[in-house]
Design a protein around this ligand. Structure first.
Ligand code: URA
Length: 219
């Protein structure tokens, strides 16, 4: 059965679009062309915290014993080495919220820019060590537009040896979802919204414009 934006059930497998009212409300602030960079950054941070909560609901835990002021008790602690992978530059806006929630996470930056002529991703920063140092990578990029940067980053992480990878973004286009799904059907995707389409310049419509420019005031 095809969805209203032309995505198949296979495309939509493990693809989570938040329905949380707080996320929906905050998204309207991000989309508003009049939202200033300071407020925009704050709201990116807030939505990311909520997405982090949704995307990490199935993290493995193990039991530990904790001494309360009254007695010993069994508690749970996260049982995975987590790598946060912000795609430069706009993924940086999602990083602090993730680090607040998962302070022990490692951060591995990947620098990709989109060639404005071909719309293809070009890697300009990758300092991953030879061997993987994490069990799970959470890739951070606000806009899943053509899907090119997400696919290229996940290619890099799989080549590095990352076994479990999730993608967290603010807004996805149907084209981006399809591209990502075809290249990497095994990863889970968490976004705040699935929009209508990409325009001829590769921007998501209705979208929010350029997430990097909106965060950093470089329009
Ligand atoms: N990147 C953005 O920042 N915005 C879009 O709409 C598409 C790609």
């Amino acid at each position: 059965m095809a969805s209203k934006v032309g995505l198949s059930d296979a495309d939509l497998k493990d693809f989570h679009v938040s329905k949380h009212p707080l996320i929906l409300h905050k998204l309207s602030i991000l989309r508003d062309v009049n939202t200033e960079p300071k407020r925009f950054r704050e709201v990116v941070d807030e939505i990311t915290s909520l997405l982090c909560y949704e995307a990490t609901a199935d993290l493995p835990v193990h039991t530990i014993t904790v001494k309360t002021p009254l007695t010993d008790t069994e508690c749970q602690e996260i049982d995975a080495r987590i790598g946060l992978v912000p795609i430069l530059r706009s993924g940086m806006g999602m990083l602090n919220a993730m680090l607040k929630m998962i302070p022990s996470a490692q951060v591995w930056h990947i620098g990709l820019y989109r060639d404005h002529r071909t719309l293809q991703p070009v890697t300009y920063y990758n300092k991953l060590p030879d061997q993987t140092t994490v069990d799970m990578c959470l890739v951070l990029d606000p806009m899943l537009a053509t899907g090119g940067s997400a696919v290229a980053t996940i290619d890099i992480l799989k080549h590095w040896g990352a076994r479990q990878i999730k993608f967290l973004g603010l807004i996805a286009s149907p084209e981006g979802v399809q591209t990502l799904r075809q290249a990497h059907p095994d990863i889970q995707v968490y976004v705040a919204a699935l929009d209508s389409h990409l325009n001829e310049l590769g921007y998501i419509v209705p979208g929010l414009g350029d997430a990097g420019d909106r965060q950093y005031g470089t329009i």
